[in-house]
Design a protein around this ligand. Sequence first.
Ligand code: BES
Ligand code: MN
Ligand code: ZN
Length: 500
Amino acid sequence: MEFSTQTSASLHQIKTAALAVGVFADGVLGNAADIIDNASGGAIRDVLKAEFTAKPNTHLVLRNLPGVAAARVILVGLGKQESYNAKVHAGAEQAFANYCAQARLSEGVSTLASIDCPDTTLRSRAQACAIAAGQAVYRYDATLGKKDSKDQPKLKKITVHVPRAQAAQAQQGLAAGRAIANGMQLARKLGDLPGNVCTPTYLGNTAKELAREFKSLSARVLNTKQIEALKMGSFLSVAKGSSQPPAFIELKYQPAGTRGAKSAKAPIVLVGKGITFDAGGISLKPAANMDEMKYDMCGAASVLGTMRAVAELELDQPVVALIPACENLPSGLANKPGDVVTSMSGQTIEILNTDAEGRLVLCDALTYAERFRPAAVIDVATLTGACVVALGHVNTGLFSKDDELAESLLKAGRTANDPAWRMPLDDAYQEQLRSSFADIANIGGPPAGSVTAACFLSRFTEKYRWAHLDIAGTAWRSGKDKGASGRPVPLLVQFLQDQA
Ligand code: BES
Ligand code: MN
Ligand code: ZN
């Protein structure tokens, strides 16, 4: 996808297949809509009265307007002007991009980013436009026998129309948005691939491919023997229940010119849960919807997608991605309830439920992260069904004892339209993890399940600033539009851009 800016003053003379103009409720026209209305002798105001109430996420297509060069003018609803915000703007860009993709247009021009909007900048609005376009053209077809070419969008180019003085800002936003969209597409594809294709080895190969594509990235994939040598007894206890070999993936991003430099900034470490299928193990999950547990590697997928974006953007901030990848299956070698394992940290863990495996693989990756002397560590995991109960599919659960780190992540989520909500992490919850047979139990009972999962991880993160993102509710959509969302790539890339 190609993105560019247009700054010509005469909107009505722009030749394009589709020109998006924003309209607020109660007949309030955005600047671009007003210009097109005047040029066409009131064509927009005419339809507003009768046919278009400008609710958010709606649009109306007007063709062949007199005095207007664009083949179609797409009126995009922005809702009431007083409640216009970043989310409504992003939804408007998405409505336009979806229309262009579905109508199989090859290009379009959006004026939506030029409309002022509280708590946004032109840069962030241009970024939202590029992300929307990238999302609109994503199609999963890797395992379809009949690849339906009729469904393939042709959209190749989106142009944003902005005031000349702000073109540079818009360009920056578009570049960031394109990188984020590419990262999201990678994350969505990895998530959507079935468990028999997207294995731990496949994730490792994906990291190696990224390192081949970008000079700034280097990949190392550790095998069972090497993982054993690191004494990752907790991670390995989950992995040994499956015939698929585990992989411990390390993907490093080093900004250009800083390789080998002693004075380089401390890296930010991203840790992604890479359970490529979670059957629950001996604590087997019920059959209904178990297929969705192929998405249990979406933490890993979003971390890989984020690394791709970071490399494309050439951010001035070192980043390390760590992914413990394996399957969680029942077998004669699998963990059993009551088993005690020793983690890389030396702490012993009583496994009371083999389905609480995410924390068992993450804890060893979190201990491994210490060796990078990180500025901060952020883990991303489809960790608990309880987080879905608490926050649904809207907000990612954010857990951190570090107020400053938590606030930066929340802010990044707001800026990038990929919201998170802070959850508690009080020491009082730690008591639920007490075990008579080990240093810690791997479950804390039904109350506050997403919090006790985070508490478990916190025991392995005492040597650095740390935050945990539970994406169980936000990483994919269920139902008839089942599919990976690409979240929280926008939040993570925004956060890293803000640090750089
Ligand atoms: N991968 C699941 C969490 C999950 C469940 C994500 C449903 C999305 C939808 C995780 O490994 C798991 O099974 N967690 C258990 C923990 C419990 C045994 C304490 C859960 O949430 O039920
Ligand atoms: Mn599980
Ligand atoms: Zn899981």
